[in-house]
Design a protein around this ligand. Structure first.
Ligand code: GLY
Ligand code: MN
Ligand code: MN
Length: 412
């Protein structure tokens, strides 16, 4: 449509869809305000559009913190400030050109009503608004490289992220429902992929299938660029070229998840492309499954007073045992299992990073458990294992009565 005079239908007819319940939004805001000191304001810059070139834009992705507290998903103008418990939204006003090309923005009165915003302002007035705050007010900022506005941090600015992450790491009932659905969809898609894999010729087919299948089942799309790694490519942890031929005698490591109502799932299975596995492929696969089961069993017994870091240690020691069983020198453990056993999962894939791995596990947290072994083509390892990479990953909700695997439906 570049350059053509084209009338886009006004977006005033399609006010932003609210995905979160209003009472949920109110609870989240109250919880945040109760954590922050009284004399404070906080700023959540919405993201701006991202471009692949010139004016060719990617599909817009809003800052999840903005979604979490307001449900707002329009680009470039969603800067929210809370001060004196009032919520202010600073927006770029419509121009004749923006209305012509992008359509009109959701009207202010709809924003106020549907997103519980007290006051709407022009984005240009934001810095004046902040300058006018009393001197003793601490400014809590949530900053990232995609922000639609930048602030110079000074001695009265602090990061709001640790406060937000403390809330977001514990999922509400509503959030758990979204996570269950996200995991269910991704698990179903892995199961159908298993059945259809024999008819697929390349890693690209698999990636395309994953994307189409999660969308067909109601997800927004994949949660991240999936890893579809045949044979030795599985040993490259962030392999995403996904463009090679599938071979019947190789394993295929698939790490994929979807986004459903803003919540991510994250699953890995290492699939068999052909009818038979070699003895070495089977041994490595069984070792990784055993490590995962050991961590899950330990978690069931010990979650109450422990942390992700403790799970890392359990995984490490079991990996050492498995390596010995495989006849591999365990001094290579850190190279063969070089990543974390898991992370928090939620609206972001690597959710709430400021909470850290040494926080006590609590009901409402969702974590991944993802052990792996990656035998590159190195003389350090017995020849039979070289070129075999295996990971298995599941998503686990901590409940009062112990861990519950949300991705249980995905066959192992
Ligand atoms: N898919 C990235 C991860 O498992 O953390
Ligand atoms: Mn993961
Ligand atoms: Mn993953």
């Amino acid at each position: 449509l570049g350059g053509a005079v084209y009338r886009t239908p006004g977006r005033e007819h399609t006010p932003a869809v609210i995905m979160i319940l209003l009472d949920e939004m109110v609870k989240r805001r109250k919880a945040l305000l109760s954590l922050l000191p009284k004399a404070s304001a906080f700023v959540l810059p919405g993201y701006r559009m991202q471009y692949s070139s010139q004016n060719i834009f990617y599909r817009f992705k809003q800052n999840n913190n903005v979604i979490y507290f307001t449900g707002l998903k329009e680009p470039g103008d969603a800067v929210v400030i809370s001060y004196d418990h009032k919520w202010h939204l600073f927006r770029q006003p419509d121009t004749p050109e923006s209305v012509l090309w992008e359509g009109a923005k959701t009207p202010d009165d709809v924003i106020k009503q549907n997103h519980l915003i007290d006051h709407v302002h022009d984005l240009q007035t934001l810095s004046g608004f902040i300058d006018d705050l009393p001197n003793d007010v601490k400014l809590y900022l949530n900053q990232s490289q995609n922000d639609c506005v930048r602030f110079e941090a000074d001695d009265r600015t602090l990061s709001v992220d640790p406060f937000i992450h403390r809330l977001r790491v514990i999922k509400s009932e509503y959030e758990i429902e979204q996570m269950e659905q996200s995991c269910q969809i991704a698990g179903n898609v892995f199961n159908t992929l298993r059945k259809k894999l024999r008819g697929m010729e390349t890693e690209r087919h698999v990636e395309n299938y994953l994307e189409a299948a999660v969308k067909t089942q109601g997800a927004e799309g994949l949660a991240y660029v999936p890893v579809v790694a045949g044979g030795p490519r599985a040993c490259t942890i962030h392999y995403t070229r996904n463009d090679q031929k599938l071979m019947g005698n190789e394993l295929l490591l698939v790490d994929a998840g979807c986004v459903y109502n803003d919540y991510c799932s994250d699953i890995t299975r290492t699939l068999q492309v052909g009818k038979l596995m070699t003895a070495a492929q089977e041994k490595v696969t069984e070792a990784v499954k055993t490590i995962q089961q050991t961590v899950l069993d330990w978690l069931a017994q010990n979650w109450k007073h422990h942390t992700l870091l403790d799970l890392q240690s359990v995984a490490y020691h079991q990996t050492v045992r498995e390596l010995k069983g495989l006849g591999v020198d365990p001094k290579h453990v850190d190279t063969l299992f070089p990543h974390a056993i898991g992370h928090y999962l939620g609206m972001d894939l690597h959710d709430c990073p400021t909470v850290g791995m040494s926080a006590k596990l609590k009901p409402g947290m969702i974590i991944t458990i993802e052990p792996g072994l990656y035998f590159t083509d190195s003389l350090d390892y017995p020849e039979e294992y070289r070129g075999i990479g295996v990971r298995v990953e599941d998503d686990v909700l901590i409940t009062e009565s112990g861990p519950r695997v949300l991705t249980e439906n995905a066959e192992v």
